[in-house]
Design a protein around this ligand. Structure first.
Ligand SMILES: Nc1ncnc2c1ncn2[C@@H]1O[C@H](COP(=O)(O)OP(=O)(O)OP(=O)(O)O)[C@@H](O)[C@H]1O
Ligand SMILES: [Mg+2]
Length: 253
């Protein structure tokens, strides 16, 4: 099967910092992947390159065989609209209603003005669809609640429903579990994986908890100082130790 994402020798710098160095990867549609590595290892940078929020200085990144660089602005916008990004803070507007936050998943296709109309006069068909998605993520009764009134775990479920509403083929989740308790982290991982499998979505999630990564994810990619240290289904202890070992420089900081 051809790759959904093909990355070859990708390097991303921020001034003098090399956030990613010559990273090469192939990711197929439907893969469930955990990105692991200590703070500053390049996980968020890689996720943001995958949805073209960042641009690399060197290397190639292709989506379904097409290089991001070769796309026009509108093609790139369209490509990006199919890649859902769940940031660490979930990216929800807290004082909007749950259904409005989910509608925002399509702001790229619908346009701002039409979106405002939808907020005020939500089309019945769209509301039905949002309700169904909330049923799938387990909180249908929250449709008309203000988002700030939901618990952290419920807000995560809104973010997952928004990714589905967006019609994405890929979910990039940047540590959406770091602020929640272990039981909730576990249930969010299970939900994201179940939903990804049901819909043949590709899921790439950065995660600090190695135990959860090993328990749930069939593919683990370990980053250290912007370099891929391992990529596979099982990781041995020595590689894990190396992954989290601080470099001499970091120890001296
Ligand atoms: N916008 C930016 N401007 C400057 N430097 C940046 C920027 N984003 C990331 N970096 C640097 O790039 C490196 C990789 O950062 P990144 O955010 O990808 O790490 P991470 O693995 O996601 O870390 P964490 O686990 O703490 O979220 C770090 O050294 C960071 O300081
Ligand atoms: Mg990060």
């Amino acid at each position: 099967m051809a790759s959904l994402f093909h990355i070859s020798s990708l390097t991303k710098r921020f001034g003098s910092v090399i956030a990613l160095s010559k990273v090469s990867l192939d990711i197929k549609q439907g893969e469930i992947i955990a990105l692991i590595g200590s703070s500053g290892s390049g996980k968020t940078t890689l996720l943001k390159l995958l949805n073209a929020q960042h641009k690399a200085e060197e290397g190639i990144i292709k989506l379904s065989g097409q290089s991001f660089d070769s796309l026009s602005q509108s093609q790139l916008r369209k490509a990006r609209s199919k890649i859902a990004f769940i940031p660490q803070d979930l990216g929800l507007v807290k004082n909007l209603k749950v259904f409005q936050n989910i509608f925002l998943g399509k702001v790229g296709h619908v346009g701002t003005l039409r979106m405002l109309w939808r907020f005020i006069l939500p089309p019945k068909k769209e509301i039905q669809q949002v309700h169904q998605l909330l049923e799938r993520t387990g909180i249908p009764e929250k449709l008309y609640f203000e988002t700030s009134q939901l618990s952290g775990g419920q807000q995560q479920r809104v973010a997952v429903a928004r990714s589905l509403y967006q019609g994405a083929h890929t979910i990039l989740a940047d540590e959406p579990i770091s602020a929640v308790d272990p039981a909730r982290a576990r249930s969010l991982i299970k939900l994201l994986i179940a939903i990804s499998k049901e819909n043949n979505l590709t899921l790439i999630m950065s995660i600090h908890n190695i135990k959860l990564a090993q328990e749930f994810f069939p593919r683990l990619i370990g980053l250290k100082n912007g370099v891929i240290l391992f990529d596979g289904s099982a990781v041995d202890e020595s590689k894990l130790a190396e992954l989290y070992q601080l470099s001499e420089d970091q120890l001296n900081e």
